[in-house]
Design a protein around this ligand. Structure first.
Ligand SMILES: [Zn+2]
Length: 309
């Protein structure tokens, strides 16, 4: 197998995930503390000017409500799980229609997005549903290992490729849909690699899973993931980041329904190292919403579940 064109999805080790989560938590607490200080300080300053002799309760009330309002917004962005609480609070006001959540979506809109087959979440803890079926179409480059994508994703890619070419940029689709059967072969070969080196089957499987997703757990199995490259850089590795193709994609891919699936800084959520070459089709409207949110796909779908209930 052409090693150069074999994507090297590297799953983070448990220790790496823990480290990233810890440093992220420290940043959150520091940021939150700064905001609380600013809000409380600002409110106290205003109260001092307007009410020279405030009672203790009067002074406390506005300051804490201002703080909680600001923190509510911030908390929703920083702690995805908390969206459920604010959503359920709003729901008591009869708000099936409420958009009072981090994504600004109604409950029905969130549910519709989750039901959209283009939004399927596939990762090493979410297996592609067994009844997930689709048609595929070819859009790979001459050297592509897997040349097809789901038809909608394929058409969108071809349109995107044309638009890039019009801007003088060449983008190739190097690896798209991989059947579960193909994935099984990759996974079994990797497992054998470790058993041949003396590891027992269970350990070998675990070690293989850190490099190649088990069948049904690779996003490439659903036909919506596309590993892209260009003549500037044909390898599927971080070097793709330094190409005009990558810069063009960062600016325009969203217009064609693609998002960068494993962004830098989201490793503790995706549990996959940064992959500038791996793009995911979700549809144009969904891509615009996800891109606006600034969240990675794991966080975005978690928020959708919280809103949809
Ligand atoms: Zn990939």
């Amino acid at each position: 197998m052409d090693q150069q064109h074999r994507p090297t999805h590297r799953r983070l080790t448990r220790a790496e995930v823990r480290r990233r989560r810890r440093s992220r938590a420290i940043r959150r607490v520091a940021g939150l503390t700064a905001v609380v200080c600013l809000v409380v300080g600002g409110a106290a300053f205003l109260l001092n000017r307007k009410a020279p002799v405030p009672s203790a309760s009067a002074a406390g009330a506005p300051a804490s409500s201002a703080a909680s309002e600001t923190n509510g917004l911030l908390t929703d962005r920083l702690f995805p799980g908390s969206a459920a609480e604010s959503t359920s609070a709003a729901a008591s006001e009869g708000a099936e229609e409420s958009r009072d959540n981090a994504l600004g979506l109604t409950k029905a809109e969130a549910a519709a997005m989750l039901a959209d087959p283009m939004m399927v979440l596939v990762n090493h803890t979410n297996k592609m549903p067994d009844n997930y079926t689709f048609d595929t179409k070819e859009c790979g480059s001459q050297t592509a290992v897997n040349k097809t994508l789901q038809t909608a994703a394929c058409d969108a890619f071809l349109e995107m490729q044309k638009a890039a070419a019009a801007d003088g940029v060449t983008v190739w689709m190097q690896s798209g849909y991989r059947s579960v059967k193909y994935q099984t072969g990759l996974y079994e070969r990797k497992t054998k690699y470790y058993t041949d080196r003396g590891y027992d089957t269970a350990t070998a499987k675990e070690m293989a899973a850190a490099v190649v997703n088990p069948p049904g757990y690779s996003e490439h199995n659903c036909g919506l993931a596309a590993d892209l490259n260009s003549p500037e850089h044909t390898g599927l590795d971080e070097g793709f980041e330094n190409t005009t193709a990558f810069r063009w994609l960062c600016e325009h891919a969203v217009e064609y329904g693609f998002i960068l699936r494993y962004p830098k800084g989201a490793e503790d959520k995706t549990e996959i190292t940064y992959e500038p070459w791996h793009w995911r089709y979700v549809g144009r409207e969904n891509a615009a919403k996800i891109s606006t949110s600034g969240l990675c796909f794991e966080d975005y779908t978690a928020q959708l579940h919280a809103i949809a209930g």
